[in-house]
Design a protein around this ligand. Structure first.
Ligand code: MRU
Length: 367
């Protein structure tokens, strides 16, 4: 994505110091664009936990680079044990996005290929870059497959704008580039297809209002931010042509974990015959879990995120209490949408139904 004329990925190795990884602190967006250095595994763990970086793809890429940083930090004696414990530390930061464990295990397997420490560091560097490059390329391909669906809708609407509802941020900021749910939208916009996006605000952390809206504005895609409860009304009144959301973990049977509130949108979509698509790279499939509702771990975060809001006031970011002092709150980060509510999965290999059979046909190596 270009920001002020410069192309940025969401994570990269510092140009003049290959031992430093740089990220954009997403907690400060859309009001401040701040680049942060990560030098130690503890910095990487904090960045994931505090959600300076977030979104399944970017969490995975950050964990990949985190393992490279761990390799630089590891003592010569006890290198492998240090790497395993760094991997566990990173895995414990956030439980729902499966890309996290996937990237760490990929790194641990890769560095096993050599017994030489210098080689292991080199392998960790290359593997981190491969994970990031693959994430960006897979999202680009998701864009091309999803574009076909939007193009068809645009033809059916005789060129009138295609209204797409999305939840949370499954955009460039949630991946290394392009995004999953946003990639087809950007691809459509690039080819001149008229699109308009309904952006769910996505309380409590407002990733829709803060991040997705900022991305779309920056890319020039027409959009409106809506409060979280508006989608059902819009669907009832035929103001939504399709929904596209991302996912943090999708079982190989097609159940989708995504930001809290996704399930309610899927229910409203089903009731109003609005197609409901989920966009994901293969790194977000869980090839072990069968029953998403029963098995996917759902992150619970601080109640404070529900009780307070933050935003710009007089040029400064400030936090305000919106609930009575003393009222408790609970904060479930994700919910699971069962496969029967999903029209299709848009992956880097193409679009398939959210069923075990169709997913495994697309990814036969996991049969
Ligand atoms: O808590 P976050 O911001 O890391 O969660 C991100 C999401 O749930 C997004 O909705 C997204 O679809 C999944 S990440 C591609």
């Amino acid at each position: 994505m270009n920001i002020n004329g410069k192309h940025y990925r969401t994570i990269w190795i510092k140009e003049d110091d290959k031992k430093i990884v740089q990220i954009i602190d997403q907690r400060r967006l859309p009001h401040e664009f701040i680049i942060e250095d990560l030098k130690f595994v503890a910095d990487v763990a904090r960045a994931i936990k505090d959600m300076r970086v977030r979104g399944a793809g970017l969490i995975g890429a950050t964990a990949g680079y985190g393992m490279y940083i761990a390799a630089l930090e590891a003592p010569k004696n006890g290198f492998d044990n240090f790497m395993i414990s760094a991997g566990n530390k990173l895995k414990n930061t956030r439980p729902t996005a499966v890309n996290l464990g996937w990237a760490i295990d990929r790194q641990l397997n890769a560095i096993k290929q050599s017994n030489n420490i210098e080689d292991k560091i080199k392998i960790a560097f290359e593997t981190a870059n491969n994970i990031a490059d693959e994430d960006a390329e897979y999202c680009r391909m998701i864009g091309q497959h999803g574009l076909k669906i939007i193009r068809k809708l645009s033809r059916e609407k005789k060129g009138e704008p295609v209204n797409i509802l999305t939840h949370c941020n499954a955009g460039w900021l949630a991946f290394v580039d392009y995004g999953s749910a946003t990639a087809p939208i950007y691809a459509a916009h690039d080819t001149g297809i008229k699109v308009h996006v309904w952006v769910d605000e996505t309380r409590p952390q407002s990733q829709g209002a803060k991040l997705t809206a900022w991305e779309l504005l920056n890319y020039g895609v027409p959009h409106h931010i809506i409060a979280d409860n508006v989608g059902g009304h819009l669907m009832q009144h035929k103001m939504v042509d399709m929904c596209i959301v991302g996912t943090d973990r999708t079982t190989y049977t097609g159940d989708v974990a995504n930001k809290i509130g996704t399930y309610l949108k899927a229910l409203a979509a089903k009731a109003n015959q609005v197609p409901f698509y989920v966009a994901l790279p293969s790194s977000t499939f869980d090839w072990q879990m069968r029953d998403g509702v029963k098995e996917i771990p759902i992150e619970e975060r601080e109640a404070e995120e529900v009780l307070y809001l933050d935003g710009l006031h007089d040029g400064k970011i400030e936090k305000v209490l919106i609930a009575p002092k003393g009222s408790p709150a609970v904060n479930y980060g994700f919910d699971v949408t069962p496969r029967k509510f999903i029209t299709g999965l848009i992956t880097e290999r193409g679009v398939c139904k959210a069923t075990e059979k169709d997913i495994l046909n697309l990814y036969p190596e996991h049969k």
